[in-house]
Ligand binder design. Sequence first.
Ligand code: ADP
Length: 259
Amino acid sequence: LQLHGTQLRAQEGQVIGALLVLNDMTRLRRLETLRRDFVANVSHELKTPITAIKGFVETLQDGALDRREEAERFLQIIERQVERLSIIIEDLMSLSRIEQGEERHSFVLEVAPVAPVVAEAINDCVLQASQHDIRIDRQCDGDWRVAINAPLLEQALTNLLDNAIKYSSTGGCIRVSCRAEQNELVIAVQDEGCGIEAEHLPRLFERFYRVDKARSRKAGGSGLGLAIVKHIVQIHRGQIQVSSLPGQGSTFSIRLPLA
Ligand code: ADP
């Protein structure tokens, strides 16, 4: 608590009272801590690939450039690290654009059919899925109409599908379904992948939170995908839920108020 006190005096100068102002700083402090943690996380995430790039460039300069096979291997590593940097930066920009829009209420929601958005999101991911021999099933036939911002909802679904692919084994199947439950439309993305231990579930939507850092990085994740999904769902006044069983798979459900 922050405390300010002043005496109140009449025109003649005698004290006639006191004014005490108590400011609850808890929220501000918490925001400040979150901001500091975020900057530290971003710096760390960017520093790791930069350090690797620097190291391999130096090794090339120190003579590896003359050994063709080695040089090619190092260049490939450098290329992957540059790719990783650009994914992190793209996701950071995306998250900041969405958060700003959310604060300023600048995203317009329009009542529109959901099925084409689901189909489009699946389209965005089929190539990536087929490269891992993964099938995506769609069960979203009803004429569901909800207040949506189509590009944002498509991005949220693409992020969920991208994860479902990344954390599935070759040959797996992903199911995207729509159903009505009370006054909500539930869009579920279900995979048969590695699953998530219960202790991690409450923290999954935090920026840069990962269950298995090495696996996530190897799969090309920035650690921001689900944080972006959470904000997009909030913009839609909806909710995001996850249920998962380790070794059996996960289901991420977006619940949107039905129009
Ligand atoms: P990342 O870029 O690391 O995938 P996300 O924010 O998208 O970041 O996800 C956070 C973490 O949640 C991931 O690192 C992973 O550990 C876990 N996760 C997300 N989706 C799935 C899934 N479908 N199956 C298993 N684990 C998942």
